[in-house]
Design a protein around this ligand. Structure first.
Ligand code: GP9
Ligand code: MN
Length: 401
């Protein structure tokens, strides 16, 4: 009933704690969000035959806010689930892709919120517009413009796997980006580092990892390509003058290497075998936030994609007290570090819970399950409440002013 719905929403309309020093630091700036396909955190600072796999990301980690305990929280909707998390601060669904099952719901997504703050919004992606039902969902989320495959010159030479390669994707996006009304909110979705991680020989700038598992082996070469694409994009941004006028948020969308590749991954990580605890560590994806004029630092807060929306809104000086969101500001001292994965596993400063086992987060060894019990319920409630909102389309009852 509506009464129940209002109760849920009332409870969730919370004034998420801020970091007073950073609140509004990027007020009125453009926002550029980049989704990194299948990029896990373990590739940072990794070397193959003495060469860095991610030379650009390693530098970016030093010139921006780099979150080194940040987790993806996606389910079957993969890239689209990550988009949903980041822009709504709601969980994706336990099965299926929310972009496909609930694209006509009422949401209060980033592009919509920013529109009321004078922003124009656009999304850029070199694949067909209907993949993941994006064309429908993006309208719902308030995007003013979707630059999909049809806006790009895609040829046999400049595409591979799912579509346009990342380097020409960013190159060809620049004129569109420079033409957008400012301030803008622009999202870019990369594509080349996608399973099965294939690459033309001329794009291969690092040796494959030497292991008897082609997927893991090739993964490093497509990550290396993506890293170079990002380096070039940042260069374009600097040349165009947009770099100094824009907050840039870069996040990994989800894992690229599944649990099936455990043996090869054990070798990559220099371990004899992997435990469920190790598997959770592998769900870490990078998050970088570059703010013009700020040097940044490594932020140790444990968090996930659900936290990006309130974090970013606060940087832009936008209040979140009338917004329903499950995440909290990663820069705040009161950030809630309980990070819930879509399958009910969770991580906080002290514990990692997975496979019905409670691990010490410090030592990675099983501890008494009782230690995890209070959080097991909290994690479950959190997922259930979010699911109720999505399945019941409850944000219809939210009056935003
Ligand atoms: C497709 C791209 C990849 O357009 O977003 O999708 P994924 O399979 O990673 O969800
Ligand atoms: Mn993806």
């Amino acid at each position: 009933s509506n009464i129940d719905a209002e109760k849920v929403l009332q409870k969730l309309k919370k004034d998420t704690a801020k970091n007073q020093e950073l609140f509004g630091i990027a007020k009125g700036k453009n926002v550029i969000v980049i989704s990194l396909e299948s990029t896990q955190n373990f590739v940072l600072n990794y070397k193959i035959n003495g060469k860095e796999v991610t030379p650009f990301f390693n530098k970016l980690a030093k010139s921006s806010y780099y979150f080194n305990h940040f987790y993806h929280q996606t389910g079957q909707g993969k890239t689209s689930d990550a988009e949903f998390l980041v822009e709504n601060s709601l969980y994706p669904l336990p099965r299926g892709a929310v972009f496909q099952t609930n694209p006509l719901n009422e949401y209060n997504a980033m592009p919509e919120i920013l529109k009321t703050n004078g922003y124009f919004s656009a999304v850029f992606h070199g694949n067909n517009k209907s993949f993941w039902n994006r064309d429908v969902m993006y309208k719902t989320m308030g995007y003013d413009q979707f630059f999909s495959e049809e806006f790009y010159n895609v040829t046999a030479e400049n595409s591979i796997n799912y579509g346009l390669k990342d380097i020409p994707f960013f190159e060809q996006s620049m004129p569109y980006l420079e033409d957008l009304p400012q301030p803008f909110y622009a999202k870019f979705i990369t594509l080349t580092n996608h399973h099965p991680f294939i690459l033309d020989p001329e794009d291969q700038w690092i040796d494959p990892y030497s292991v008897d598992d082609g997927t893991v082996s090739r993964y490093f070469t497509t990550v290396r390509y993506e890293d170079e694409a990002l380096r070039q994009f940042f260069d374009h941004l600097k040349k165009s003058g947009l770099y100094d006028k824009s907050v840039v948020v870069v996040y990994g969308d989800h894992y690229g290497i599944s649990e099936r590749h455990e043996d090869a991954m054990a070798q990559v990580l220099g371990k004899e075998s992997l435990t469920p605890f190790d598997h959770i560590q592998l769900q870490q994806v990078p998050l970088f936030i570059h703010i013009p004029g700020k040097k940044g630092r490594t932020v140790e807060s444990i968090g996930g994609q659900i936290d990006v929306k309130p974090t970013l809104l606060h940087l832009l000086g936008i209040e979140t007290k009338d917004d329903v969101h499950f995440g909290t500001d990663l820069f705040s001292e009161d950030h809630n570090d309980l990070t819930v994965l879509r399958n009910g596993a969770f991580i906080n400063k002290d514990f990692v819970y997975t496979n019905e086992t409670c691990y010490s987060n410090t030592f990675g060894i099983p501890v008494d399950i009782k230690k995890c019990e209070p959080y097991i319920d909290e994690a479950k409630d959190e997922l259930d409440e979010s699911d109720r909102i999505v399945y019941g389309d409850l944000l219809r009852f939210l009056k935003v002013k």
